[in-house]
Design a protein. Structure first.
Length: 76
C-alpha cells in the first residue's frame, strides 16, 4: 500500500469535530472514530464519545470540562 493510500485510510478512520462548551470555551479537531457515525444516532455518537474522552482527561488532570453546548464536524 502506498503512503498516500495509507494516509487516506487514516483520514477515513476518524472524523474531526469542533466542540463548544457551555462556558464558551472551544476545542477543535477532536478525533472520533468514523465507524458508528453512519447509524441512526449520527453525530450524537460523536458527542457521547467526546464526553467520555473529557471524563478521562478530567480524571487524569483533576480539572473537569464543562458541559458540551454544541458539536459540529470540523471544516463545515
Amino acid at each position: 500500500m502506498s503512503l498516500n493510500a495509507r494516509a487516506k485510510n487514516r483520514i477515513r478512520e476518524f472524523t474531526l469535530f469542533d466542540v463548544v462548551y457551555e462556558d464558551g470555551s472551544q476545542t477543535s479537531n477532536r478525533k472520533v472514530p468514523t465507524a458508528g457515525l453512519d447509524g441512526p444516532e449520527g453525530d450524537g455518537v460523536a458527542k457521547a464519545f467526546i464526553e467520555s474522552q473529557d471524563r478521562k482527561i478530567a480524571e487524569a488532570s483533576g480539572r473537569p470540562r464543562g458541559t458540551i453546548k454544541t458539536i459540529r464536524r470540523s471544516g463545515r
